[in-house]
Design a protein around this ligand. Structure first.
Ligand code: ZN
Ligand code: ZN
Length: 411
């Protein structure tokens, strides 16, 4: 059972280790109104850590649904200048960002898909030059989750509400490494070191490409960009502040060459795309591009994702996650990428992370593109790792190095 003390430890963990709040730094917290008690705890801990100001940006799914129902597309897509100015000001003052997730899976399933895509596209366009602040780790950011009743009901539909909530809470705290009597910060430090050690090995091999196969039918070669960097665990800002962007995290991730992906990928878990569920789907890639795809459920949402913009039919991330990771072992499908992406090897359609390329965070969009990095307004992870997944690393000279057997690292 999750106790008050554990919530307090989680709040402390996200502030001290997650974003690693610095003295006199402004903190911005994105939280749902139904998570107000926990958000207040994070505010308290942030002030205790020396935050200069703490601002909470409240979210409410019901209000969002109303906006999509009543407000015209041309109004929804007219993003006000003050929204841009506010975020720009936060960036100028060096803010860090905490995002608390707990949303009900498929919450926006009934929203007009085209309207939603148009609004998202307008926001991305308006905010385009502000995205690198977190994308390139200029300022610290961290995403964590807490249980909500609606989320729990979707994860455990067969259980009574209170039991479902308790089960989800137990799972979230366990995979986030917070228990009643542990030292979560020490555990996170050790965990980060383990992920970094795997990345060091992968970087040492400097593979030209990876080949993934699974019993589901996946058989795909993913070429990596030259001078790629495997990243895992925390990240460091240009000012030298170490932070953990995702809690939990179990992945070592890298940058695929935009035009270097060939073969077929079968997803191993459903994908919640902007509130709509895509399940039992596959994609076929030719020279990097998803040229064919199918889904037993959510075909339309998948088509929307792939057709979202020029880059959303190409990959921007390839990530290795051991099948033995605590999230995978929990056997729970969270219907939330923060958790599910850490249960299995995954790929992402859409933009690449510049940190996965040597010197990438200092490169212009044109330079990144010249190195084979994909760019898109989207970045959507989907899981394809399985218990029987094999991964081979293929070096420039053709040498084949086993990386994964039966879903886990062999080194
Ligand atoms: Zn990832
Ligand atoms: Zn990703």
């Amino acid at each position: 059972m999750v106790t008050e003390r554990m919530y307090e430890k989680l709040a402390e963990l996200v502030v001290r280790k997650g974003v690693n709040v610095q003295k006199d730094q402004p903190v911005v917290i994105n939280a749902y109104v139904h998570d107000a008690p926990f958000a207040r705890l994070v505010v308290q801990k942030a002030y205790e850590a020396g935050a200069r100001t703490v601002t909470v940006e409240w979210r409410d799914t019901e209000l969002m649904k109303m906006a999509f129902r009543y407000v015209a597309t041309e109004v929804l897509t007219d993003i006000p200048q003050w929204q841009y100015d506010k975020m720009k000001d936060q960036h100028d003052k060096g803010a860090c960002y905490v995002t608390i997730v707990s949303e009900k899976p498929g919450a926006l399933a009934d929203v007009d898909g085209e309207k939603l895509a148009a609004a998202n596209r307008a926001t991305f366009t308006k905010m385009a030059d502000l995205i690198p602040y977190t994308m390139n780790n200029v300022g610290q950011w961290c995403v964590i989750g807490v249980p909500s009743v609606d989320w729990a009901k979707a994860v455990f539909p067969e259980l009574p509400e209170d039991e479902a909530f308790e089960r989800l809470g137990d799972a979230i705290f366990a995979v986030t490494r917070v228990t009643e009597d542990n030292d979560p910060i020490a555990e996170w430090n050790a965990h980060d070191q383990e992920l970094i050690a795997h990345c060091d090995k992968l970087n040492g091999y400097d593979f030209k490409k990876l080949r993934f196969t699974s019993g589901l039918g996946t058989d795909v070669e993913v070429e990596l960009v030259r001078d790629h960097v495997w990243v895992g665990g925390g990240a460091t800002t240009p000012g030298g502040v170490y932070f953990d962007p995702n809690m939990p995290t179990e992945e070592c991730f890298c940058m695929p060459l935009k035009t270097g992906v060939n073969g077929t990928v079968y997803a191993s878990k459903p994908l919640d795309y902007k509130g709509r569920l895509i399940d039992k789907f596959w994609l076929r890639f030719e020279d990097g591009k998803a040229v064919d795809f199918g889904a037993e459920k959510g075909q339309e949402a998948l088509a929307e994702l792939i057709g979202f913009d020029e880059g959303s039919c190409y990959l921007g991330e390839v990530a290795l996650v051991p099948y033995d990771s605590p999230i995978s072992q929990s056997g729970i499908l969270f219907f939330n990428t923060l958790y599910d992406e850490n249960a299995a090897c995954h790929l992402a359609l859409g933009r690449a992370y510049p940190e996965n390329l040597k010197g990438g965070t200092e490169m212009s969009p044109e330079e990144l593109a010249a190195h084979g990095a994909n760019s898109s307004m989207e970045h959507v992870d989907f899981m394809f790792g399985t218990a029987d997944m094999s991964v081979d690393g293929i070096r420039e000279d053709g040498t084949v190095v086993p990386v994964f057997r039966n879903g886990n690292f062999v080194f």
